[in-house]
Design a protein around this ligand. Structure first.
Ligand code: NAP
Length: 310
């Protein structure tokens, strides 16, 4: 095995690439293992209109290309592949991918989270063509349209309320009549005259128009088993996110839902391991906040490495 690296960044996306930019400019010669979806969740969105510096907006994948190019420009070594194992039981730490193995003095985890999807047939074909898992990203594409939000938690309530800024009608489609959402969030949605509720119905099929775009969703009554169809221009999934933290279980402290717990900025439960972006943030989940955390993690790693010298 070659000499230990100063820092290995696990996962790309705004947090990882920003960590790469800062760590390479600090001359740490970082190595990044990009993961199975280089660029992360932004590569499955279309226009990003809320990232400062792009007044005309930019396509998510193009934006990630720019982040990546900037990280490479300062010397971040980017490796294809997926990290399959992190060994923090001794120093230097060991990082194993499906192709290689490295030793490293510090680690920045930025593996992100994935929106939970329904897993129905044809999902990837309608994604971005009427189906979205991010109201903040895509809500503005539905002015005066009718949209459906799937879910009964705080995210569904929040997204439904947000979508009423654009859509003329928002239907919350939930599979039960009890809600996980907090009372205050639920009441806010119930009081919103543009929001309607369809309860005890589970989505079972995406309905597509001749041009392939989503035109509605077929649902099945969870109590009756009866199938019916709901028309809509857009369908937003708000059925939770899943942090990509499987390989860190038992190695780093995770909260009950699998998010990495950070303290004092981006420090994790293991000294020398830092976490940034959606893997450690269940609250904001924005490109700009992830990038900010990536910067913090690189600075935290740099200072920690310095403190270990001599
Ligand atoms: P959540 O609370 O886990 O709710 C997910 C919802 O999706 C549930 O109602 C669930 O139905 C439904 N669901 C899951 N899988 C489904 C499927 N396959 N088909 C149909 N429905 C499905 O997730 P969340 O709303 O994203 O919230 C996550 C956490 O973030 C919570 O702790 C929440 O409080 C927090 N959060 C807070 C705020 C805020 O305070 N501003 C905003 C957003 C999120 P069941 O109920 O039947 O299981």
């Amino acid at each position: 095995m070659s000499d230990p690296r100063n820092v290995i960044i696990i996962g790309s996306g705004p947090a990882g690439y920003t960590a790469g930019i800062y760590a390479s400019r600090a001359n740490l010669k970082p190595l990044m293992v990009e993961g199975m979806q280089p660029g992360g969740q932004l590569t499955i969105t279309t226009d990003v209109e809320n990232y400062p510096g792009y007044p005309e907006g930019i396509m998510g994948p193009a934006m990630m290309e720019e982040f990546r190019a900037q990280a490479e420009r300062f010397g971040t070594q980017i490796e294809l592949g997926q990290v399959t194992e992190l060994d923090v039981s001794s120093r230097p730490f060991k990082v194993k991918s499906d192709f290689e193995e490295w030793e490293t003095h510090s680690v920045i985890v930025s593996t992100g989270a994935s929106a939970r999807l329904l897993g129905l047939d044809g999902e990837s074909e309608v994604m971005g063509r009427g189906l979205s898992a991010c109201a903040t990203c895509d809500g503005a594409f539905f002015p005066d349209k009718e949209v459906i939000v799937v879910g009964g938690g705080d995210s569904a309530m929040e997204e439904a309320n947000f979508l009423t800024r654009f859509a003329k009608k928002v239907t919350i489609l939930h599979r039960r009549e009890e809600f996980r959402a907090s009372k205050i969030m639920l009441e806010r949605a119930q009081k919103n005259s543009k929001i309607e509720f369809v309860l005890n119905q589970s989505p079972v099929e995406y309905l597509r128009a001749d041009d392939g775009k989503l035109r509605g969703v077929a649902v099945e009554g969870t109590k009756t088993g009866e199938r019916s169809e709901l028309d809509c221009d857009g369908l937003f999934l708000a059925i939770g996110h899943v942090p990509n933290s499987k390989i860190f279980k038992g190695k780093l402290d995770l909260d009950d839902d699998g998010y990495i717990i950070v303290h004092d900025g981006t420090a994790t439960s293991v000294e020398g391991v830092f976490a940034a972006g959606d893997i450690a943030d269940r609250r904001y989940r924005q490109a700009i906040t992830a990038a900010g955390m990536g910067c913090m993690a690189a600075i935290d790693a740099e200072r920690w490495l310095e403190s270990q010298e001599g």
